[in-house]
Every structure is written in C-alpha cells, then in structure tokens.
Write a protein that binds this ligand. Sequence first.
Ligand code: SAM
Length: 257
Amino acid sequence: MSKENKSINEFDINLICEYFSSLERQGPGSKEATLMALSFIDNLTNKSFIADIGCGTGGQTMVLAKHTSGQIKGIDLFPNFINLLNINANKLNLQHRVEGIIGSMDNLPFQSEELDLIWSEGAIYNIGFERGLNEWRKFLKTGGYIAVSEASWFTEERPAEINAFWLDAYPEIDTISNKVALMQKNGYIPITNFILPENCWTEHFYIPQVKAQEIFLKKYKGNQTADELVANQRHEAFLYSKYKEYYGYVFYIGKKN
Ligand SMILES: C[S@@+](CC[C@H](N)C(=O)[O-])C[C@H]1O[C@@H](n2cnc3c(N)ncnc32)[C@H](O)[C@@H]1O
C-alpha cells in the first residue's frame, strides 16, 4: 500500500469511527435486551470477571456495570471508542470496576479460565460466530457463561434481495437452530436464545442515525467516504424495514461445560 493510500485509508477509518462515535450504540440492541440476556446468568458475584468483546463506546457495558458487581473489561479495536467508554465510566463513577482496553478479539489479553462471563453484542461476526465461540471458550471458567448477539435468519427461505445482501455482508448468517447447534458443538450448553425486539433496530439504532447523518453530511459536504457511509446506512435501514420478518439479531446464551 502506498503512503498516500494508507493516509486516505486512515482518514476513512477515522471518519467511520467519528460517525459511529456520535451514536450511543454502534449496533442494534437496547438496555432492556441487555438486561433480559443478563437475567439468565446466575453465577455472578462481586468477585466476577466479565469481558465485553467488541464493546464499541460501551452502551451495553455501562448497563452491565450498573447491574453486576464484579470487574468488567471492554475490548475494542478502535481507540476512539475505548476512549469514550473510559470517559463514560468515569462520568458514572464506574472507573474502579470498568476499564476499556484497545485490543483485537482474535488475540484477547486474558488468562486461561479467568472469565466468569463473556459478553459480545453485535460484534462476534468480526471474527465469525463459530471461531469466536471456539477460541474464546478457553478464557471461561467451567460453568462460565457466554452471551452474544448475532445476525440470524428467522425462516428457511427468504427473498433473493435480502439473501444476497447478507451473503455478501456476512456469509455465516444462519438459522437460529443452526446457530444453537454450533454453540453445542463448540462446548457450550445452550441455555436460551431470544430475538431482539424490533425497537433495538429502529428506536435504538436507525432512528438516532437520522440526525447524526444530517450533521455528518453537513460537516463533510462533498466527501465521498462520508456520502457512501451514509448511503450504506440508509440502505441497510431500508432493507431492514422491508425484510424484518426474515432476519434480525438473536441473543444466544450458553454455559461452558
Ligand atoms: C456493530 S459494533 C457493536 C458495538 C457495541 N457492542 C454495541 O452493540 O453497540 C461492532 C464493534 O466491534 C468492533 N470490532 C471490529 N473488529 C474488532 C476486532 N477484531 N476486535 C475487537 N473489536 C472489533 C468495532 O470497532 C465495533 O465497535
């Protein structure tokens, strides 16, 4: 990669980070969905150690922190997101229990069997669902839990347009029963799963983007990356409204056996 290309790329990445940093969440979800998933985890004490992988700016990390009493480490690839997470933790006076660290989910900085709970909302797709379940398992204590949300098909068949979109974006998208089978195959007891309600996509993800897009497009008027980013987000939101009965995010909760 030439120096010039590299700097363009870095500029683009910063732009994308800036866009998503302006949102409370970087993916579909809600406080209620986080708490629903948390209600199935029964092994937590003030000695517990929780990892929130692909935490973004920490929307769900703060919810977890307020409803548990142990230590939480949020991990994300992007320094800007981690910086915001740490600022938020300080504002909420949670800095003694919550720490954001920069790192990659394919090279996690944990010891074998030291985690009580692995959390990951809308992020495991970056490494792939099965690879993530498999590689992260060694960090969990026996009896520890994993709770991840993941794009999933609700039906065996779907219209060609949405099928093609997802197979291009994330070929590992699959039906709920196939995802649960993968969980079992990779050494977890499937405890439960539930479909995230529609408002996790609309009220908590796409609607806040409408205002953010206006501000962003004004600031970066004429910038191709900014235009494309917003066009892609709008297209995704349009596809969701058109095809939401065929796919969504599902929270999968498993227990290491
Ligand atoms: C869709 S966002 C979800 C963020 C947050 N969990 C939420 O639900 O709002 C996916 C996150 O994964 C992070 N990510 C992507 N690749 C990663 C990697 N290899 N290691 C750690 N984080 C990564 C992104 O920076 C982003 O914050």
